[in-house]
Write a protein that binds this ligand. Structure first.
Ligand SMILES: [Zn+2]
Length: 243
């Protein structure tokens, strides 16, 4: 392990344009449960009912109940972990070019990170579908306590800023992520199993354009074979040791 950590340190020192790509495993260490797999959120709430755009447009109470009982309390309580702060430190050193995240909890920004590309949107922004007004999570929660589903002051319906099943990813975020992947000299995967497309295409784009690829994840990923370094372990522990 020490040898691997040493070589990771060396690769980071030699790189000047680093992209960090974070997934659910990165936020899991902040107490946010993962969606997939045993014990994941989707084993308790069927995403095709609770987080599906077609169901949402017909009857949004499923989603808002899920938000009220499960998402809001967990994300409200969650704090950035040492991994988030290590990336902020890396950004301040001038080496970190972009953070691309699959996470919707806004913890990178809360830790002080700038230049975050959110591929799946953010739980912290709730939009009115009629007038476009943006509400914070707290404001939406207050409206939710008054009536279900919650309504904007204009009477319009509210929609979470996260991407629901059946919705395309935000094209501007995907484009920015692809450009960042193409232009970086080191691509570090942190806590993502790299199975969801098009997010999972990013490491390949980086590698194809000459970047080094590092994967830190609890479980093996389909990209381990083309990676320069693979570490199966805790992202926050390893990052705070290296950065
Ligand atoms: Zn409105």
């Amino acid at each position: 392990m020490d040898e691997v950590v040493k070589s990771l340190k060396k690769i980071i020192n030699e790189s000047n344009k680093i992209v960090a790509f974070t997934g659910a495993g990165f936020s899991a260490e902040s107490g946010i449960s993962t969606f997939r797999g045993a014990g994941g959120l989707w084993s308790k709430y069927d995403p095709n009912i609770y987080a599906n755009i077609n169901v949402f447009l017909q009857d949004s109470t499923y989603y808002w109940n899920f938000f009220k009982d499960e998402r809001y309390p967990v994300i409200k309580k969650a704090k950035p972990n040492p991994g988030h702060y290590a990336l902020v430190k890396l950004e301040k050193s001038g080496k970190l070019y972009r953070v691309i995240t699959q996470n919707i909890d806004g913890l990178h920004q809360e830790a002080g990170q700038t230049g975050v590309i959110e591929l799946h949107g953010s739980t912290r922004k709730i939009n009115c579908l009629s007038c476009g007004k943006v509400y914070s999570m707290d404001e939406a929660y207050k409206l939710l306590e008054k009536e279900l589903p919650p309504k904007c002051s204009c009477g319009g319906n509210l929609k979470p800023g996260t991407i629901l099943f059946g919705e395309p990813l935000p094209q501007d975020a995907v484009d920015m992520a692809k450009i960042a992947s193409k232009n970086c000299d080191l691509f570090i995967v942190l806590g993502s199993s790299l199975v969801v497309f098009p997010a999972a295409s990013m490491p390949r784009i980086a590698k194809k354009n000459g970047a080094k690829l590092v994967i830190i994840n609890i479980d093996p990923t389909p990209f381990d074979e083309i990676a320069d370094i693979v570490i199966n372990g805790s992202t926050s522990k390893i990052l705070s040791e290296v950065i």
